[in-house]
Design a binder for this molecule. Structure first.
Ligand code: GUN
Length: 284
């Protein structure tokens, strides 16, 4: 039976660390503020944004929410981002993705000032991830690295396999594992003999977005299995990419869904907002 990697517990430790530092900044007269933009009525996005607001409240970070209608024009969204870029009382800016059809996500991402891009999505921040000189770590991959560190799992020298090559998770995940000296393979929909590759993984990260995608026959004995998926099963129940009940019998450690990677992503967002506030106030 695998050890359950408790994202709720580990993220609470990260959030508490942020809360303490936010309080220290407050005592120096520095307020930490995150602006969150949500466009349209996507129910999943609304839940994610509500969770981010709750984390802000817990850590003492001011959260300013801008809820815009689905028919918002690109120029109006860009004007808001420009205003927030120039607002010295705002340290971090996040525009919840996906955006409604007709809005250009790439342009929106690049419009956010790199110094306030707490998602680490823009070209400048992605480039820094490549070279290892990052200010902001991408929230989900960084949250996973925090989990591994907390559990004493060192990627150095290990076969690390990431399934999924998205810009948000798969690609930066591979890079962070590589920075920690893992031997990294990134798999995707065109990978031949996927099972043969994943079975050799000592650390397996799945970021596919399909319920029950990773089955027991794809996992090697004793692997550490990290599930980034946030899916609904046939009964409408929240589940990850991993067929949990069968895989946990083989893995040495596994993240549950919910209560695994999800809370870590938000904790790193808080950490990045704190980093932004410190940088903008010339503190380290
Ligand atoms: N949509 C799903 N995940 C994310 C995220 O980490 N950041 C933003 N901005 N949108 C998302």
């Amino acid at each position: 039976m695998a050890k359950i990697i408790d994202g709720k517990k580990i993220s609470a430790a990260v959030r508490d660390g942020v809360k303490a530092e936010v309080e220290i900044l407050k005592q120096q007269g520095i307020n930490t503020c995150l602006a969150v933009i949500i466009v349209g009525d996507d129910p999943a996005s609304k839940i994610y944004v509500a969770n981010k607001e709750r984390a802000c409240e817990y850590t003492g970070i001011e959260s300013r929410k801008y809820a815009l209608p689905a028919d918002t024009k690109m120029e109006d969204l860009l004007a808001l981002i420009d205003e927030l870029n120039n607002d010295k009382t705002v340290n971090g800016i996040l525009c919840q993705l996906p955006l409604p059809k007709g809005l250009d996500e790439k342009r929106v991402i690049e419009a956010i000032s790199p110094q306030k891009d707490v998602d680490a999505f823009c070209h400048e921040n992605v480039g820094k991830i490549m070279t290892g000189e990052y200010d902001f770590l991408p929230c989900t991959p960084a949250g996973i690295m925090e989990m591994l560190a907390y559990e004493g799992i060192d990627p150095a020298g290990k076969n690390c396999v990431v399934i999924g090559r998205s810009n948000i998770v798969g690609k930066p995940m591979g890079m962070l594992l590589l920075h920690k000296n893992g031997t990294v393979t990134i798999c995707h929909s065109r990978t031949r003999d996927l099972k043969e590759v994943t079975k050799r993984a000592e650390i397996l990260v799945s970021a596919v977005g399909r319920a029950n995608f990773v089955t027991a026959d794809m996992v090697g004995e004793g692997a550490v299995v990290i599930d980034v998926g946030m899916n609904r099963d046939e009964q409408g129940k929240l589940c990850g990419d991993v067929a949990y009940d069968e895989v946990e019998k083989i893995a040495s450690a596994i993240t549950p869904v919910p209560g695994g990677v999800g809370p870590m992503t938000i904790a790193v967002l808080m950490k990045n907002t704190l980093t932004a506030a410190k940088r903008q106030n010339n503190l380290n």
